[in-house]
Design a binder for this molecule. Sequence first.
Ligand code: GLU
Length: 333
Amino acid sequence: MKSLSVATLALAIATGAILTATTQPAEAQKKQFIAIGTGGPTGVYFVTGNAICRMIHKEAAEGRKAGRKHGIRCAAPSSGGSTYNIGQIKEGELEFGVAQSDWQYHAHNESNPDKVVPYSKLRAVFSVHPEPYQLIVAQGSGIQSFKDLKGKRVNIGNPGSGQRGTTEVLMEAHGLSTSDFALATELTSTEQAKALCDGKIDAIGYTVGVPNSGVAVATDGCDAEIVNLNTSVEEGLVEKFPYYAFSTIPKGTYKTSTADVTTFGVKATFVTSADVSDDLVYEVVRAVFENLDDFRKLHPAFANLKPEEMIQDGLTAPLHPGAEKFYKEQGWM
Ligand code: GLU
């Protein structure tokens, strides 16, 4: 009996193997797994990446009904942020990523290798929400401008985050270095608000979409405030660099937003590599734009997204040809 059951098992395995061998390849070709780099789990990039995946999966399900299968399966794990994502796209570990427009610019132009990996094959897909740079200060810290950070405990952000790079640019423009701070921490976007409310740091420099639950932990949770950044130094940055623009965080956004805050900011952009296939990028882009009404509902920062701005604003790397094909078919370019 024992030998019979082993034989039966062996036969079953062999049959299974043959069945698998004859049915699997066609199925396997249709399935394609992609990964999108985002940011910390409390940020807007995390929502962005997962919203894009959701549209891809929605399109796949509807496509199946309509007889148009694309078979793309998508994951958007949390990550270190903009410059980490660009580095991983270059390594081929990620197919797509969300990145600040300033770091897209420098990666593609290979113009700031200390802060972002030079990668001329970086390609733009579309831009998403605006990201104002926010100096968030503890209640009673006395900090009213970036210069006031001298002698304070400041979170400059984790390496790999866009906030880290942009904070360093601002520090250089103001003639400050980490040695001017009482403490420079490298906390992630998820850790920083709690550290501020726990009295461990005095200020946070953060580039993020509005509104953001992570910022609210500090503003609504322990009365932290967002400070105006509109001195001649910030004006100089906006004049000098194409990817910066002044922006406003409206009164009422957070509990402590008693007046409009003026600061400068960038755009969140969706990027990929020239090595990623045109067909894949086309399908991803189609999934997002054919479902843009649904996409807009997934975060308040997406509410005002407009195709004509998304295919142009903040994009300095060349558009990926797969994206360009879709935009041309729509008559948008
Ligand atoms: N702009 C931030 C960065 O590049 C991420 C913001 C977010 O997670 O929404 O690191």
